[in-house]
Design a protein. Sequence first.
Length: 311
Amino acid sequence: MKNHLRIGTRGSALALAQAAWVQQQIQGRYPQITVDLEIIKTTGDKIQDVALAKIGGKGLFTKEIEMAILSGEVDLGVHSMKDVPTEIPLGLVIGITTVREDPRDAFISRKYRSLAEIPLGGRIGTGSLRRRAQLLHLRPDLEIVPLRGNVDTRLRKLTEADLDAIILAAAGLHRLGRAAEITAILPETQMLPAIGQGALGLEYRQDDAVTMELLEFLDDPETRVAVAAERAFLARLEGGCQVPIAAMGTLKKGELFLDGLIGDLAGSRIYREQLSRPPAAAADLGQQLAETLLKRGGAQILSEVYGRVFD
Ligand SMILES: NCc1[nH]cc(CCC(=O)O)c1CC(=O)O
């Protein structure tokens, strides 16, 4: 048994809110255990001024935290699963996925109630290629304005940069207590979310059975299988954030459904499919859906973006 746990977290308001939530859950369940937060600056936190998609490289928001777990400096990391690469370092596991927040994207505007109300040529802020491609697919007339920084910065730029709207994950706004900022939720039919969006993963050393057992009560099996399918989809596509890729898993009556999408940067070609399998076959489901979309034209798009034959 342990009487002290250290959580490694990024220092952004969202990361801290998420880590503090996990801290409270653990302390509520085990009043005898003290839980500390240790703020770790990641590469993604240091580079705020360049479009993320241009930096490339995986694990921008996780690598330094993973090093601290491996070295024993902290016992666990709390991550937005959206920011976690499909491959994690040897010796670590993300065996626990907490109950998912709303995985969908939010439309935020001070002038218009919905995307449909935005006038011709309207300016929408987002740094995400996935959001950009789907927006342009729906509305080729829109001007997509690159937007970076944490949630607070992006909300500020909505007014300062005179944008008509911005798109943010609903989950982040809920966790920051800022859900009142949401003008409308974008249905997944219009805007399929990012892999892992709205889900938190707890990462710890594979050989640390004590921490794993302590944290087990936080696991939500439905979220875990949905995210496993999404991540298997992304892994087959070798997806970083250079390509518009989206997926969302949902459980209905014991069956796991996975919606997936591959698009090109201009949003002119969007391939989208849904498949289902029993939850135990989550990884196979993700892989099969990827194969289906690759055959339909996804392989062509990935070959163009990766600059090599992809099949
Ligand atoms: N890319 C940064 C990031 N990572 C996780 C979230 C939101 C919370 C989540 O998806 O769990 C955000 C902000 C956003 O995309 O609006």
